[in-house]
Write a protein that binds this ligand. Structure first.
Ligand code: ZN
Length: 138
């Protein structure tokens, strides 16, 4: 199935997310997550979760993908696909807030790594209210 904007399908993004999920570092929760972030220019940025013995330092797959994109100079996103086994990997509040900074209209797809149990959300489904700091235009 072709998606609007780019020629990258959700199925392809699921494959990419499932592939990067294999690199997840989750020795504490055992909950491995992969994310594939599709930029409006067609680039795909991937991320996996990375836990730490100091639990609060853990970074989610979604934010890992987003920080990678930002480092590559990309800030315009169309879709993010997140995969995990077991519990559906709906983005946490911290990841939603980070997404709101760059892509308040991003499409969010969650699925199992094999593409089953898929659900598509609009960003507004998941976070109808965001914290927005008025930018200083001076
Ligand atoms: Zn998160």
């Amino acid at each position: 199935m072709k998606e609007m904007g780019t020629m990258i399908s959700t199925e392809e993004l699921i494959k990419r997310a499932a592939a990067v999920r294999a690199n997840a570092y989750a020795p504490y929760s055992k909950y491995k997550v992969g994310a594939a972030l599709l930029a409006k220019d067609g680039r795909i940025f991937c991320g996996c979760n990375m836990e730490n013995a100091s639990y609060g330092l853990t970074i989610c797959a979604e934010r890992n993908a987003i920080t990678t994109a930002i480092a590559e100079g990309c800030r315009d996103f169309e879709q993010i696909v997140i995969v995990a086994e077991g519990e559906r990997p709906v983005p946490c509040g911290a990841c939603l807030q980070v997404m709101s900074e760059f892509a308040p209209e991003i499409r969010v797809t969650v699925a199992a790594p094999d593409g089953t149990n898929r659900t598509d959300y609009t960003f507004m489904d998941l976070m109808p209210q965001q914290f927005i700091l008025r930018k200083n235009e001076n």
